[in-house]
Design a protein around this ligand. Structure first.
Ligand SMILES: Cc1cc2nc3c(=O)[nH]c(=O)nc-3n(C[C@H](O)[C@H](O)[C@H](O)COP(=O)(O)OP(=O)(O)OC[C@H]3O[C@@H](n4cnc5c(N)ncnc54)[C@H](O)[C@@H]3O)c2cc1C
Length: 281
């Protein structure tokens, strides 16, 4: 443990938002992350408690949070990155948009504010990108097997990354024009700018993962073709059907499902569509 009682010395300080006046003029990410020395101070707030609920129950990826905090306050950023990416294929995504149940489970939050785990994760991964530590892996052993992943949301991308690391020859099929699933077509740029996804896709492509976009499996390509041509098929097609609500007034104009609005506004913001189909302003 780096500093017993670090939480008494340092208060929780997390990312701030850009001023509203500025945010009104663009669609860019709104969070402004704290500088590196502040992030180190924040990592010193970790209690390194006996049962780290953040890691054991809070995080669905079981990220080794107390160990990463220890490495961060020791200035061992590269090791922190390696520890983080050993269980999380896309920390730059979770570091931005994860609801951070780890923070809700932080022991310190029993009677104080929790450690800023998500911000620390963000800083570790962005520092790794800055320093060129995030590189396509050199796959030493090829499995001699072909795998198809249907759907390129976070589940499909994570499966593709894992299989590629195990030496599979992976092709990801996506019905939309670009890969990313809800990361690209649902979550607005103010939380996750799309270059963040593209940066990761480039690394995956350099590693050998192939992406076939604009192809709907089951319509453009048959299931029997897939079965003949691949040793393994992973279906990660998400939950596409919105849940309607039956309440008085539901039939009024101007009521849309979230994804109807978000997909069209995301396409507008990234420039692939010239008009906003639904203008909420
Ligand atoms: C509006 C919105 C905001 C959200 N915000 C957050 C957030 O801030 N933080 C967070 O942690 N989670 C958030 N979520 C939840 C998160 O986005 C989802 O849990 C996650 O995207 C699910 O991943 P997935 O890969 O299973 O599915 P998806 O992301 O839905 O991806 C499935 C992909 O499969 C493709 N596909 C479907 N059928 C076929 C086919 N036949 N052939 C080829 N491709 C096909 C689809 O086009 C899609 O690209 C949000 C969800 C929504 C809807």
């Amino acid at each position: 443990m780096g500093m017993p009682g670090g939480f008494l010395k340092y208060e929780r300080r997390c990312a701030k938002y850009r001023p509203v006046k500025e945010r009104l003029t663009d669609y860019r990410e709104v969070e402004v992350y704290p500088p590196e020395d502040e992030v180190v101070n924040q990592s010193l707030r970790c209690l390194d408690c006996g049962i780290p609920f953040c890691h054991s129950t809070g995080c669905s990826l079981s990220i080794l949070i107390p160990e990463i905090n220890e490495l961060v306050h020791g200035g061992r950023w590269r090791e922190a990155y390696e520890r983080l990416s050993s269980v999380n294929p896309f920390p730059e995504i979770t570091g931005r948009i994860c609801p951070a149940l780890c923070e809700a489970s932080c022991t310190l939050s029993i009677n104080d504010a929790p450690v800023t785990i998500r911000n620390i994760e963000y800083t570790v991964i962005e520092k790794a990108f800055e320093n060129g530590w995030v590189q396509p892996r050199k796959i030493k052993r090829r499995a001699g097997k072909k795998a198809a992943v249907i759907g390129s949301g976070p589940a499909g991308l994570a499966a593709a990354s894992k299989l590629s690391g195990r030496g599979f020859d992976v092709t990801v099929y996506e019905k939309a024009p670009a890969a990313g699933g809800i990361l690209r077509y649902g979550i607005p740029d103010f939380k996750l700018e799309k270059w963040v996804i593209d940066r990761r896709l480039d690394i995956m492509k350099k590693e050998g993962v192939k992406f076939e976009t604009g192809i709907r499996i089951g319509k453009d390509v048959s299931a029997s073709y897939m079965q003949k041509n691949y040793d393994n098929i992973i279906i990660t097609t998400g939950a596409l059907h919105p849940r309607d609500i039956r309440i008085p007034g539901r039939e009024y104009d101007g009521i849309y499902f979230a994804m109807e609005y978000l997909s069209s506004s995301n396409e507008y913001v990234c420039g692939s569509s010239e008009n906003l189909e639904i203008d909420a302003s």
